[in-house]
Design a protein around this ligand. Structure first.
Ligand SMILES: Nc1ncnc2c1ncn2[C@@H]1O[C@H](COP(=O)(O)OP(=O)(O)OP(=O)(O)O)[C@@H](O)[C@H]1O
Ligand SMILES: [Mg+2]
Length: 456
């Protein structure tokens, strides 16, 4: 019988078994056995010491200082997210929903880099002619760009050595022969990523790797995939929206605070610098239920419009739906408005949407959500040039938020004339006093009164 070249190892306790088992006999956990390649063993007695080159530790002062060599990707927004450009020999993972534009972005980067460098685009998902078709649509024509349609990573390895930059599209579609499990499995993704890391670090080749995301929105594959990478970028955005946001969740060579805003067009994907008015609609100030908040996304402040719609519940149990804001957060804020401000929302279906497909994760948008809900309930529109921000507590108090000065400054820049903000942040914003109306509030009810007076 042929000697087994792989074994199944428990990711929890390290128990090794020659075949896959649902339950680990070592620790009793389920579904933790993952296939691994068996490393060729040393001689039975162990390798003699003379054959091993002992490693030497060196003092910090004697470590040679290597400055990161950065190259522009040709897309300034991507350079910002990467911390100032592509670092040579790094591994960058680009994750995102299907169809969000991962291949489009990386094709553009590849074509730009190919003008001066040797670039290989390994397309495991699409044929070479499909990639060429995309290049033609995007108006890219670069003879230096090499295409390879291959799913076997071992077969493609030789061609990597000739390139300076390699794009792998995608890590879930390639496999290595050292494992028997199918492409896209946890074991294959982990093994392929480790293989690419070894090549990148030993030969100084830069890899851009496309990764798919799971239903929950995390990168498909083991967490170790993110550990191996130097930078992990997520491409966000609704498939139907033209605006996409590129966010760094890990970056060994730069801040993870940066985000890039892109627009998807027929001619390709382009960075947008004037992003602040993208998330505002024309019906603001006319229709009830729309309120603008300055949101801090990454290192940037953007004006985002929150829209709400209310309809009388038809079936006794009201529906609540939220796009762009956590649903639980919305439910809590509805309860705060009911209890602390006596606004009856119990028998209303409530729908909320943050404009442009943006996701608001910080609590500073709470007060704006409350304002939008109150506006929809009262059927009174909020004035067009009024912005609202602040965190709301369960007792109905308005808490201070960070970057208040930056937020108010963005409101001023965008032509807003009135800002409702937490009283705690007022001190930091004193300098804007003569330039616009600042309304400090301590309770949600004060904000309601400031916006709608005493209307019932
Ligand atoms: N002819 C076209 N004109 C305009 N936009 C197009 C055209 N063809 C494709 N697109 C856009 O490109 C997007 C697909 O981009 P891309 O293939 O880069 O996505 P992806 O993230 O790589 O997807 P996948 O996960 O399937 O590989 C589509 O959502 C569509 O909006
Ligand atoms: Mg693709």
């Amino acid at each position: 019988m042929a000697k087994a070249t792989t074994q199944f190892v428990c990711s929890e306790c390290g128990y090794a078994s020659p075949k896959w088992l649902g339950k680990c006999p070592g620790c009793g956990t389920f579904n933790t056995l993952i296939e691994e390649a068996i490393e060729p063993a040393l001689s039975k007695k162990g390798a003699p010491m003379s054959r091993i080159n002992p490693s030497r530790a060196i003092p910090l002062s004697q470590v040679k200082f290597e400055k990161y060599e950065r190259v522009s990707s040709g897309i300034s927004e991507l350079d910002i997210v990467l911390g100032g450009g592509i670092v040579r020999g790094s591994l960058v993972l680009v994750g995102g929903d299907p169809g969000v534009g991962k291949s489009t972005l990386l094709t553009q980067v590849a074509a730009h880099l190919a003008e001066e460098h040797k670039v290989l685009y390994l397309s495991a998902e699409e044929s070479c002619s499909q990639v060429k078709l995309r290049c033609e649509r995007l108006g890219l024509n670069s003879d230096g760009l090499l295409l390879l349609n291959e799913t076997n990573l071992d077969a493609a390895e030789e061609s990597f050595y000739e390139a300076e930059y390699v794009i792998i599209d995608s890590i879930q579609a390639v496999y290595t022969e050292s494992l028997t499990s199918s492409a896209g499995s946890v074991a294959q993704v982990r093994e392929c990523a480790s293989k690419l890391m070894r090549i990148a670090k030993s030969r100084g080749i830069t890899f851009f790797i496309v990764g798919h995301v799971t239903k929950e929105g995390t990168l498909a594959g083991p967490k170790v995939l993110e550990h191996i990478m130097d930078a992990v970028l997520y491409f966000e955005g609704e498939r139907t929206e033209n605006f996409k946001i590129l966010r760094a969740v890990k970056n060994r060579f730069g801040s993870v605070q940066e985000v890039g805003v892109f627009e998807m067009t027929g001619e390709g994907i382009f960075g947008i610098t004037d992003y602040s008015s993208l998330f505002l609609s024309d019906s603001r100030g006319i229709a009830a239920g729309a309120v603008v908040t300055p949101s801090e996304t990454g290192n940037r402040c953007m004006m985002v419009e929150i829209q709400t719609l209310m309809a009388k519940t038809a079936y006794g149990l009201p529906r609540r739906m939220s796009l762009g804001i956590d649903l639980n957060r919305l439910i809590v804020l509805i309860a705060v408005l009911e209890k602390r401000c006596a606004i009856p929302l119990g028998m209303q279906d409530i729908y909320l949407n943050a404009m442009g497909g943006i996701k608001l994760t910080e609590p500073s948008s709470d007060l704006a959500v409350c304002a939008a809900l109150a506006s929809a309930e009262k059927m009174v529109a909020v004035e067009k040039y009024t912005a609202v921000f602040g965190e709301v507590g369960l007792t109905g108090e308005v808490r201070g938020v960070n970057f208040a000065e930056k937020r108010v400054n963005e409101c001023l820049k965008m032509g807003f004339k009135r800002v409702i903000l937490p009283a705690k942040n007022m001190k930091a914003c004193e300098k804007f006093k003569g330039k616009m109306e600042l309304v400090p509030v301590t309770y949600v009810s004060q904000m309601i009164r400031a916006l709608f007076g005493d209307t019932k």
